[in-house]
Design a protein around this ligand. Sequence first.
Ligand SMILES: NC(=O)c1ccc[n+]([C@@H]2O[C@H](COP(=O)([O-])OP(=O)(O)OC[C@H]3O[C@@H](n4cnc5c(N)ncnc54)[C@H](O)[C@@H]3O)[C@@H](O)[C@H]2O)c1
Length: 306
Amino acid sequence: MKVLVATEKPFAAVAVDSIRKVIEDAGYELELLEKYPSREELLAAVADADALIVRSDKADAEVIAAAKKLKVIVRAGAGYDNIDLAAATAAGICVENTPGQNSNAVAELVFGMAVMAARNMYDGTSGSELKEKKIGIHAFGQVGRNVARIAKGFGMEVCALDPFCPDESMKAAGVNPVHSVNELYSENSIVSIHIPATAETKGSIGYDLITSLPKGGILINTARKEVIDEEGLKKALEDRQDIRYLSDIKPDNAAELSSLFGSRVFFTPKKMGAQTSEANINAGIAAARQVVAFLKDGVDKYRVNK
Ligand SMILES: NC(=O)c1ccc[n+]([C@@H]2O[C@H](COP(=O)([O-])OP(=O)(O)OC[C@H]3O[C@@H](n4cnc5c(N)ncnc54)[C@H](O)[C@@H]3O)[C@@H](O)[C@H]2O)c1
């Protein structure tokens, strides 16, 4: 059986070595298609593949139609909006992601940005400490849980909002459950966003919520740019000179915000929450293990197209 690893942006060499070992130890053949110059290479390589591992590569209806033997696609990472789930389901292909493999990386970046904001972007002036400050975690999933763990280490008071997570689960992690988004934003001087972009959440964080932050509020977004109402964010930053916004997912109006608000806003040049060698290796190995578990034993624990 052939496992195709198709990555326009390749895994680190050490991750590829580990993926190869997992695949070959299981008795399968690994084909590596890295930095492919056009879709034709992908369409040709996938034609006789039994399994496909991708990163941000598009596995759309055309790719799926070209993959006559394909049984499973694993997206090495959390999001899977690069895969056409409906086409895969119609073709009887299992689609999986590798949740949690990059969540510590994202959570650490949250605190990189939180400390930077609390220390006035390292401009030489006197800042503030995170200890004993309140942080509100907007969604208590894989990343949110890691943010909570690190926040406890900083000695912060931690609360979280997640309608799909039982209070007991938060309490067991030393986190106070909050049940309204208004309370989350108005009671916490730092709010860290970790909701997925869904029909319900898109554009859901706007002027009213952002201006309800306490004085000196810091809003950090490492989730998806789509969850922010960008005009609302701009107006909130205009009306509340004390608020800061930091993100590794640039909003469409990033240049305008930077020119209007200077160091009160901060955007990494590229999305980089999950850009660590550890996350890269973890996700790649997890994807390879999941492929083997599926092909050998039909294990589909992380299936996303049930
Ligand atoms: N910046 C990056 O590089 C990077 C990397 C990984 C993930 N992400 C993004 O971070 C976010 C979180 O990722 P994750 O791995 O923790 O996902 P996850 O699926 O583990 O957690 C998402 C959580 O959101 C909760 N949720 C859903 N709708 C909600 C709502 N309306 N209000 C409150 N909570 C809600 C769910 O119950 C779940 O617990 C996603 O948007 C993901 O795309 C970004």
